[in-house]
Design a protein around this ligand. Structure first.
Ligand SMILES: Cc1ncc(COP(=O)(O)O)c(C=O)c1O
Length: 396
């Protein structure tokens, strides 16, 4: 190995380990359900994004197997050559119906969907106003577009209005976009979409909502935009198919013109092989399930409210979450990691989240109850939280 590379790797690894920022990766032995097995130990799982429990759903599994039998395991090509299967078209039509838009396009992951769509519509003559807590894939998508990136204070509508005004009135940019998470994944708060739409109208901003954590969770399952009834106002509704939907992939939903354009301009659509038949069919089944009933959605919220109330009553600092996402904010990174480690020893898998995923000094343990948890599991988890929290002096 090159000596320069070796030195670079060693010094960075040392720094991360010394500062409690090095993430040890656990291996899950089996499915990522409400309980998981790690190193032979069964644990209550509060760390997945499998919000509705669909990742292990029998109907989705059957749909995937059926599609593998009829279409094979791979799509065989990129979408624009001959990797557009009838299954993709069926999925995209369902997604548009689900999201209340004219059309939708699916991508291979939520991450590359942001690479694809932001760069697809924005370029170096434009500016993007971006919430400071936006997900890494948004940040990278913005960078790839080469547009001027203007950070906006988190959910601060005065700051957005002032920066939108300045950007538009400067005359420097052909187009200006505002981009935000619909639900912020590390705090569980919701973007102020009605005010955002108002400001966007005032300054003719393009609006882009990444609803990775809102789909399946907000708007009776259809997402944050639907929650506020703004399907006709938000230009790009992006989401993942890997969290509440339980499979893998991403999508953009919007006008027919937008989707037609992304299909010729979005680079991952043009240059990366399309979603596999099994995944595609399983996703379609998941969307149909959500459209047919709110049962899973309702159970998720019931469990979320229960866990949140329990942690708050114990005295944990749970921030300002408006969704089932429930952080226990510890502050110090090393303490957050130690807390997570002790929870695991006692039987709860709740991963610590530290910089760079969240700002320095806001280390936390993020809890994600799902529709698949039972009350007994949540009670057991709360008991363990109480024990470890008191032992470590985090609560009284
Ligand atoms: C807000 C947001 N956008 C995009 C993504 C990427 O989605 P995926 O995991 O499907 O690639 C994530 C995943 O963590 C996310 O939280």
């Amino acid at each position: 190995m090159s000596q320069k590379l070796e030195q670079y790797l060693q010094s960075n690894l040392e720094y991360l380990k010394d500062n409690g920022l090095y993430n040890e990766i656990d291996v899950v032995e089996g499915a990522n359900g409400p309980e998981i097995t790690v190193a032979g130990k069964s644990l209550i799982n509060l760390s997945s994004n499998n919000y509705l429990g669909l990742a292990t759903d029998e109907k989705l599994k059957a749909a995937a197997i059926e599609a593998i039998k009829s279409h094979g395991v791979g799509a065989g090509a990129v979408r624009t050559i001959n990797g557009t299967l009838d299954l993709h078209v069926e999925l995209e039509n369902k997604l548009a119906e689900f999201k209340g838009t004219e059309a939708a396009v699916a991508f291979q992951s939520g991450f590359n969907c942001n690479m694809a769509a932001i760069q697809g519509v924005m370029n170096k003559e434009d500016a993007i106003l971006s919430d400071e807590l936006n997900h890494a894939s948004i940040i990278d998508g913005c960078r790839l577009s080469r547009a001027k990136i203007i950070r906006v204070n988190h959910s601060d509508m005065d700051d957005l209005r002032a920066k939108a005004k300045e950007a538009v009135e400067s005359g420097l940019y052909k187009k200006v976009m505002y981009i935000t998470d619909g639900v912020f994944s590390m705090d569980g708060d919701v973007a102020k979409l009605p005010e955002i739409v108002e400001i966007a109208k005032e300054f003719d901003l393009i609006t882009y909502v990444d609803d990775a954590h809102g789909s399946g969770v907000m708007g009776k399952g259809a997402g944050t935009v639907k929650h506020f009834g703004l399907e006709k106002e938000i230009d790009l509704q992006m989401g993942t198919l890997s969290k509440a939907i339980g499979v893998v992939g991403g999508y953009v939903a919007g006008s027919q013109d937008l989707i037609d354009y992304l299909k010729v301009a979005a680079r991952p659509f043009l240059f990366s092989t399309s979603l596999t038949p099994g995944d595609t069919k399983a996703i379609t089944e998941a969307v149909k399930t959500l459209m047919a009933s709110t049962e899973l959605h309702d159970k998720l919220w019931e469990n979320g409210d229960y866990l949140k109330a329990g942690l708050k009553d114990l005295g944990f600092e749970i921030g300002k979450s408006e969704t089932p996402i429930t952080p226990c904010i510890i502050g110090d990174e090393k303490k957050a990691q130690e807390f997570s480690k002790r929870l695991k020893e006692e039987g709860v898998y709740a991963k610590s989240i530290v910089f760079p995923t969240v700002p320095k000094g806001t280390g936390r343990v993020r809890n994600m109850p799902t529709a698949a948890h039972t009350k007994e599991m949540l009670d057991k988890a709360l008991e363990i939280y109480a024990k470890v929290g008191r032992e470590m002096g985090i609560i009284n």
